[in-house]
Design a protein around this ligand. Structure first.
Ligand code: HEC
Ligand code: HEC
Length: 373
């Protein structure tokens, strides 16, 4: 599906000497800014903050390795401190469900790198869906969200689960809005964030998306090695794993760029052997060739987000590596980039160790202890 020339050139270049690939590993993170940068991302919206509404620009601190130019922040939803704070309350508030038991954080828990540790998530009344909860980290770098990319923006994604009968369980978004309005303490917070006491689905989405954009992961051992030039940051095995990732494993073809995701959809065959297999991207595009294709997930924090794949069918990173090594699961729509790899035992171990080096920081939020009354 992808035939990126820059990438081929890159793969070619790494066949050379070690210093060369180390250098290029840095460039893998195309145009990365080094060090912690303070980005004022609140400017650029045509909207002047209305007086008294307290729209304070939110200073997003990007950990080492994350690329400021790749942030996706819509013009009409600049990051402000007030929106982020409101969005955080909405994200953690279990009252925003049909029976006061489910919050976004029920399935995206801070303690599990914003996943739930389950193969597939359980929502309201313990009902199970068919997909595994991906991390909510580094969503600031993507437009399309969900495994099949059906939400075009993070704003759209941020209200989707409320009206899902097996997630938050509201009949529709009007019910959600009514619930938020019934909690008197939210009115003043919407007024502070948006300059008017109105509460709408759209504004709820903007606030939650703003909060989610502050959940970042960078400054991992890998970043310190590749971008920060700290030679000691990666073990020799992890360095070898990186070499396999870029070379023999061909992982870079899809887990591309500083967020290790090409924002494209690929069929690896995961779940294709099940009786009722998930059509994935095909449900959105209606194109036959997208059958069984899913969005390439970021690999940042991946060692913390087991089980893996859209259906949570692989339990450990080693199982994932074995799955790729065998050439995925052949089916009519298998991505041509997926082929048997013939990795050695050592290469497999090193690849896992490399992925473990992608644990970083920037997402350690403290859940609120008090909610609006
Ligand atoms: C019952 C568990 C559950 C609840 C509650 C839930 N989610 Fe999710 N979340 C999931 C699952 C499962 C997926 C994958 C669904 C899919 O791709 O079709 C997902 C996907 C996502 C994604 C997409 C990530 C990506 O890489 O594309 C984001 C972001 C997200 N959820 C945020 C939220 C927010 C915000 C809320 C609250 C409004 C929420 N979730 C509520 C389980 C849940
Ligand atoms: C053809 C594109 C492609 C290539 C090549 C590729 N991946 Fe993936 N990767 C994906 C997609 C798409 C998924 C999700 C597939 C699904 O759930 O059906 C995924 C999922 C994963 C996951 C699970 C992440 C999670 O959060 O569940 C890991 C780990 C992973 N890949 C590592 C690798 C490694 C290591 C390599 C190289 C050996 C590699 N990938 C090569 C596209 C690719």
């Amino acid at each position: 599906m992808t035939g990126n020339n820059a990438q081929k050139g890159f793969l070619h270049a790494i066949k050379g000497s070690r210093p060369r690939w180390v250098f290029i590993a840095g460039v893998l993170l195309l145009f990365v800014t080094s060090g912690m940068i303070q980005a004022d991302l609140s400017t650029g919206s045509g909207q002047a903050p209305s007086p008294g509404s307290g729209q304070t620009p939110y200073q997003l601190a990007l950990p080492l390795g994350l690329e400021k130019d790749s942030l996706v922040i819509p013009e009409d939803n600049p990051l402000t401190k007030e929106k982020v704070e409101l969005g955080k309350l909405l994200f953690f508030d279990k009252r925003l469900s049909a029976n006061d038991t489910i919050a976004c954080s029920s399935c995206h828990m801070p303690s599990m790198a914003f996943t739930d540790g389950q193969p597939v998530s359980a929502g309201i009344h313990g009902q199970k869906g068919g997909r595994s909860a991906p991390t909510a980290i580094n969503r600031a770098f993507s437009s399309a969200q969900f495994w099949d990319g059906r939400a075009a923006t993070l704003e759209e994604q941020s209200v989707g689960p409320f009206a899902n009968p097996i997630e938050h369980g509201f009949k529709d978004h009007d019910e959600l809005v009514a619930k938020v309005k019934s909690i008197a303490g939210y009115g003043p917070l919407f007024e502070r964030a948006f300059g008017s006491p109105a509460i709408t689905t759209d504004l709820i989405g903007k606030a939650i998306a703003s909060f989610q954009r502050t959940l970042l992961s960078g400054n991992s051992a890998y970043d310190r090695f590749a971008v920060g030039n700290e030679e000691q940051a990666l073990s020799a095995n992890a360095q070898n794993g990186l070499r396999v990732f870029l070379g023999k494993g061909q992982c870079l073809r899809c887990h591309f760029g500083f967020n290790f995701a090409d924002e494209q959809y690929h069929n690896l065959g995961v779940g294709s052997n099940k009786k009722e297999s998930d059509v994935g991207r095909q449900a959105v595009t209606k194109k036959d060739e997208d059958t069984g294709a899913f969005k390439t997930p970021t690999l940042r924090e991946v060692a913390k987000t087991a089980p893996f794949m859209h259906d949570g069918s692989l339990t450990t990173l080693r199982e994932v590596v074995d799955f790729y090594d065998q050439g995925g699961l052949p089916n009519a729509h298998l991505d041509p980039a997926i082929k048997p790899l013939n990795l050695t035992e050592q290469e497999k171990k090193d690849l896992v160790e490399f992925m473990e080096s992608l644990n970083g920081e920037g997402w350690n939020v403290t859940p609120p202890t008090q909610f609006p009354k």
